[in-house]
Ligand binder design. Structure first.
Ligand code: DGJ
Length: 380
């Protein structure tokens, strides 16, 4: 009898736990629940961290890092989920699988972060860029990886990796700074003199021959079809924006620097009414910090810095998260979703997704915490 009562109580408790854990268990969702567990349409946790979204043929494709319980290294690859409403996501499998070939740059155990996919209308190809760190080398390589597919969900074929724009100067680096002879060994890190010299291109010059470093990154396709790679460079001190070739598989050699020595990571770039917006984070590893906001009238700059776009409780830590992408919502005017990760480095798979609506106030984006919300906040 006691046993029967125990099982009856258990049967009552299990669905209740499930409900509180994920907002809506097993049923279709019609809201976002930032920071809560998010399950796919098969009831499994969505595993797509540091992600970005491709909108193609009336469907959203969410690409992200597959994370395990113990390590941040890439043991599986880049995942893909699809959705038509942004709330309910179907697992489309592994878009880019790590390799079992020991000499492959994407061998299992490397680091793959912040994958982004864009579609090239001319070639018909889907092109993925991601931050790649070589196995066993920590974060020293600071490479970008490129993969392509004929289908949005993949499988993607790894094409190449390396640094950005070898042999090229940033368009906005003065002639005198290009010609300067100071080298990093001349300075002690973090001194004012060193900082000044970094702003004048100390690391750009050091890396020019082999190409610029590229860590946290995103991609952006402009209205004219030109695509750009935006990445943390110069020892994570300066962001760079590099124009891609028409097939999106290479660089044109044109690139600019954003906020030299500003230590920005996690770039997310979007455009509204002809103006460019860039939301970034500071550099504090996996720990959250205050977001930053930049605007520009041209993607080539100059970029102007504004106050933290986050407001309200938790604003000084981006609501315990770090941005990864700003998604324009299809079919809704001026509707953008800020996508961020609440990292859990001790159990990476438990990292949570924080998606928040971007509101515009006085011409600038504002982010506020929402316990739950729906696309209706944007109106129709
Ligand atoms: C912060 C970055 O934004 C993440 O993608 C990751 O590279 C961590 N740093 C590593 O500490």
């Amino acid at each position: 009898m006691k046993l029967r009562i125990f099982f009856c109580l258990l049967a009552l408790l299990i669905p209740a736990c499930h409900l509180s854990a994920q907002g809506l268990a097993g049923s279709a969702r019609d809201r976002f629940y930032p920071g809560q567990l998010w399950f796919d349409t098969a009831g499994r946790l969505i595993n797509a961290h540091g992600g970005g979204i491709l909108y193609y043929d009336s469907t959203y494709y969410w690409f992200g890092e597959y994370k395990g319980e113990r390590t941040n290294s890439a043991e599986v690859g880049v995942t893909c989920y699809s959705s038509t409403d942004l709330y309910n996501w179907t697992d489309r499998g592994i878009a880019l699988a790590v390799s079992d070939e020991a000499d492959s740059p994407i061998v299992r155990g490397c680091i793959i972060e912040r994958p982004k996919v864009i579609h090239n209308a001319r070639t018909g190809k889907f092109v993925m860029y991601f931050h790649l760190e070589l196995k066993g080398k920590g974060y020293a390589a600071a490479n970008v990886g490129v993969a392509v597919s004929d289908r949005p969900e993949g499988p993607y074929r790894f094409v190449k990796n390396g640094c950005v724009n070898p042999g090229q100067w940033p368009a906005d680096l003065a002639e005198a700074d290009r010609a300067a002879t100071a080298v990093p060994e001349d300075y002690e890190w973090w001194t004012p003199a060193w900082r000044d010299e970094v702003a004048r291109g100390l690391f750009v010059r050091r890396d020019r021959a082999g190409g610029q470093m590229s860590r946290d990154m995103t991609l952006f396709v402009d209205d004219d079809g030109k695509a750009y790679h935006i990445y943390a460079s110069e020892e994570n001190l300066t962001l760079q924006i590099a124009e891609l070739t028409d097939d999106y598989l290479d660089y044109t050699g044109r690139y600019v620097r954003v906020d030299p020595t500003g230590q920005n990571e996690a770039p997310a770039l979007f455009k509204k009414d002809g103006r460019y917006y860039l939301i970034t984070s500071g550099c504090t590893g996996w720990a959250p910090n205050a977001a930053r906001l930049f605007t520009a009238e041209s993607i080539r700059g100059p970029w102007q810095r504004h106050a933290n776009p986050c407001q309200g409780d938790g604003a000084d830590r981006t609501f315990q998260s770090q941005g990864t992408y700003v998604l324009p919502v299809a079919g809704r005017k001026d509707a953008f979703v800020f996508m961020a990760d609440s990292w859990r480095p001790d159990n990476p798979i438990d990292g949570r997704y924080v998606w928040l609506p971007v509101r515009f106030e006085n011409g600038l984006p504002v982010l506020r915490w929402e316990k739950e919300w729906s696309l209706d906040v944007f109106g129709r």
